[in-house]
Design a protein around this ligand. Structure first.
Ligand SMILES: [Ca+2]
Length: 148
């Protein structure tokens, strides 16, 4: 079972929200969704992808993490910590829950990740503030978590 660490409610609307990996991995991510309310409530947030970089070619396309298809994935450029993928939101918003679908094997899935948020565009995975931690994501399924 995933282990989630929850944080107090935050009321600040964020312009940028992203998942940063804190265990080295050649990360592959099938789907990533953020929501303005707890328990995947409200309308799924949309925006423009922000990332530390992709592998290039079809597998590096950030759009594959946001296409609604759990069988297509984005692949990180390398195998280090602090690679990230997220969104510059179309409009600043509270971010109180999220879900991630991992559709890969354990070597492509980091054991620990965090969600970070900011009102300035990140230039490194650890920019902004940490709003949630995800430990030991379950492979090949949705991992839902609420942090408000
Ligand atoms: Ca996908």
């Amino acid at each position: 079972m995933p282990k989630f660490l929850y944080y107090p409610p935050r009321v600040v609307p964020y312009q940028y929200v992203w998942v940063n990996i804190t265990t080295a991995s050649h990360w592959r991510l099938g789907e990533l969704e953020f929501y303005p309310d707890a328990n995947l409530g409200g309308t799924k947030l949309t925006g423009t992808a922000i990332t530390s970089g992709g592998a290039g070619g079809a597998s590096g396309n950030t759009a594959f993490a946001f296409d609604g298809n759990t069988n297509s994935d984005w692949t990180a450029a390398g195998s280090t910590i602090n690679q990230y993928l997220g969104l510059e939101l179309s409009a600043a918003s509270a971010v109180k829950s999220a879900r991630i679908f991992t559709n890969s094997n354990s070597s492509n899935t980091p054991a620990t990740m965090e969600i970070r948020a900011s009102n300035a565009a990140p230039t490194f995975g650890t920019d902004g503030i940490q709003i949630a931690i995800l430990n030991s994501p379950t492979l090949n399924t949705w991992n839902n978590f609420t942090f408000a």
